[in-house]
Design a protein around this ligand. Sequence first.
Ligand code: NAI
Length: 339
Amino acid sequence: MKKITVFRGDGIGPEITDTVLDILNAAGAPLEYEIFNVGQKEYEEHGALIPADAYASFDQTKVLLKSPITTPIGKGFRSLNVTLRNRYDLYANIRPAKSNTAVKTMFHDVDLVTFRENTEDLYVGIEEQIDEDTVHAIKIITRKASTRIIRDAFEYARAHGRKKVTCVHKANILKMSDGMFLDIFNNMKLEYPEIESDSIIVDNVCMKLVMDPTQFDILVMPNLYGDIVSDLTSGLIGGLGLLPSSNLGTDYAMFEAVHGSAPDIAGMGIANPTALLWSACMMLEYLKEFDCAKKIRTAVDEVLKEAVYLTPDLGGTATTKEYKDAIIAHFNTFTASDK
Ligand code: NAI
């Protein structure tokens, strides 16, 4: 049994976390869990956003399944997500967006993976009040961080037989910072002659993605563009409820849904747990538990295809529990030949 750390988070976090753990247990995932409440609610009740024993657990297990956390807008504490990514140097944020034929969108064949640099850019959060009417925000781009995320994108392409890597930037305006990111990309692509590579300005890629997402494959970019463009890719496949992610460093790995704590539907029992569940599948694959991940992915595909138990964000009327029960019911029909 592999021990992992679980953070239950805010808003819909606790309900989707409990749902995902039920599904993992029903699938026979060989995991033990150290579960912690973290986030705004935990802060209000016990005075710490992330309790010391929660950090200690992740220090030790090195694998974290994390649900969304509410971050105050325009004031208050720094994003816990940013804090975690920096503390554990989780530099590669990988966000795969793949069409599921069951979910009605304009496109049926989206298969994109966003590689987002996760530790710098404007997310260093350095802002300075110059005078009453002027604020500066600092964007940091380093050769080290750019090189490793671009390297990871090309290595992923090679390992997974993907055809193309596209660098997304704004080097026409940010000639030094994004310019360096692009230069590193242009030099590194020479080491991967079998993989097609190109580059595109971030505003242009947004337009092209919504016109025809099939012209892209793997996208690699600095932090802010990655945050925005990957939400856009979620819209191409049916919404935020379907976009999982991994946050990988050299020693630690964190898996989380891309969406936030969805306070507008918290406690209503209708949240879609799929993004967190697919993040858990990425975690199982990271832990080399491929059969278990496949068992869950197959069951989810079947339930989405049948379209009987879809949550409201996907146009259905099912509750989170009905959706969960439908997935678990599919495990019983999963035969050895499906493996
Ligand atoms: P959000 O992603 O929480 O919600 C946006 C919209 O999508 C809402 O209408 C929500 O109901 C819907 N939605 C999101 N996830 C869903 C799901 N699983 N099932 C069904 N519908 C879903 O974004 P919002 O409202 O901008 O942010 C709320 C809070 O979450 C903020 O405090 C924000 O800072 C935080 N946040 C946290 C993240 C994290 O912990 N990784 C990521 C993004 C936002």
